[in-house]
Design a protein around this ligand. Structure first.
Ligand code: MG
Length: 417
């Protein structure tokens, strides 16, 4: 038995945790550089603000409805996410974190799964302050489906258990759900399936698994089985090591100074290297991209990769390599809009054995990185950084509506008078 626990309008809900004055007000959160709407509270949805809309297009509407607008504050969301997962783990026997606000729990052997679902939901609300919904079912696909039902239909009070529904109810809910919105059905399939008269989840449920396999491959066959309550997707308690780590941001203003580009690249290398160490991995390859706006007449898309002498997770080695790449691809006179760093060919640090010529990171380097990580964990992500990052501010991200990092920075604690 699986449960899928999912925070409701997660980013918008996080913004409300320390702002009770926003509980009934519409809230939206914007993407990097305050570009587009990436999260909406239920009230903001009702006000008719579309997901993904550029902010300038809905700014008027937002003003009319008194919408509270926020720049995305990933530091706050990531911290509340970690707390939410720890809260779920305090009740569920095994947990698979699926995204920043979603986790699958393995409920095998639990007698009353609905009661546990209710308890998880209550505890997240009480401990973290974020509303969440729970879907319980014998397969992951159905758990995700139930979660969606719980979210959209108040009659479930936030927890939908497939086992509590009659066969008639199950079929009815499946008939009311478009196949294109089902978990695992991508956009392409979502367009193709209706051409074969598979329009709703019910239609897919009724389809012949073997025929589905022949036509669309094994993934769709598995989804059909999963809809019948036969689990085909395994529970992955430990997320597999990511294949690559990418950090990229667009700049607040265009940048044509190589030192500012180097500052941005250094920042991304620092952040990517920290993520690399967090998953106990080493990178053998670094890639850097810098590019101008694609709407400009004079465009340049710069991209280059270099492999490192030995797999490493040392920020200084990785950022030096990234800076060399940036120098190589930079073209004077161009106005750059975005920079990114990607770490590639990742391996598990524990599985790596150095050789005589390339022994890998020294004990000294590992101790230094541990120290940097612990200082940054304590005082905020950028407490220790390279001096190179202090150059310029045009490459910084625009965040005009940023909320405080209530839970991770001492100087931004909520004050009560
Ligand atoms: Mg969510």
């Amino acid at each position: 038995m699986f449960a899928l626990i999912d925070g409701n309008s997660f980013f918008a809900s996080c913004e409300r945790v320390f702002r009770p004055d926003l509980w009934r007000r519409p809230v939206i959160v914007l993407s990097n550089n305050d570009g587009c709407v990436i999260a909406r509270s239920a009230e903001a949805k009702e006000a008719g603000i579309p997901m993904g809309a550029p902010f300038f297009k809905v700014a008027g509407l937002a003003k009319r409805y008194g919408v509270a607008v926020f720049s995305c504050n990933y530091e706050l969301y990531a911290d509340l996410s970690a707390r939410m997962m720890a809260c779920i783990a305090s009740l569920a026997p095994a947990l698979e974190v699926y995204s920043i606000d979603e986790a699958f729990a393995d409920l095998s052997g639990i007698a009353d799964a609905s009661a546990l679902g209710m308890k998880i939901r209550r505890r997240i609300l009480q401990w973290i302050g974020v509303p969440a919904c729970v879907g319980v079912a014998p397969s992951k696909t159905l758990a995700k489906f139930c979660n969606h039902l719980a979210k959209k239909n108040p009659c479930f009070s936030g927890v939908c258990n497939w086992g509590d529904l009659s066969q008639d109810e199950r079929l009815q809910w499946m008939r009311s759900f478009r196949v294109s919105e089902l978990w695992g059905i991508g956009r392409k399939l979502g367009e193709k399936l209706p051409e074969q008269r598979i329009r709703t989840v019910f239609d897919l449920h009724e389809a012949d698994p073997a025929a589905m396999r022949r036509r669309y491959g094994v993934t769709v066959e598995r989804i059909v089985h999963e809809l019948h309550g036969i689990p085909c997707l395994e529970f992955e308690e430990i997320a597999p090591t990511q294949r690559q780590i990418l950090r990229s941001r667009s700049f607040a203003e265009e940048v044509s100074d190589i030192d500012e580009i180097k500052a941005a690249v250094t920042r991304h290398a620092h952040s990517a290297a920290a993520a690399l160490r967090q998953q106990d991995a080493l990178a053998s390859c670094v890639g850097v991209t810098i590019h101008t706006s694609r709407f400009k007449a004079e465009r340049h898309f710069g991209w280059d990769v270099s492999s490192l002498p030995a797999p490493t997770s040392d920020t200084l080695v990785l950022s030096a390599a990234a800076v060399r790449l940036a120098e190589r691809i930079f073209r004077p006179g161009m106005k750059y809009k975005k920079a990114g760093v990607v770490l590639l060919e990742l391996t598990n640090a524990n599985a790596h054995t150095g050789d005589f010529f390339n022994p890998g990171d020294s004990a000294r380097s590992r101790a230094l990185m541990r120290t940097i990580d612990s200082i940054n964990a304590r005082y905020g992500g950028e407490a220790v950084k390279s001096a190179a990052e202090l150059v310029g501010t045009k490459w910084h991200t625009r965040r005009d509506h940023l909320s405080p990092c209530y839970t991770t920075r001492w100087d931004e604690l909520r004050q009560i008078r």
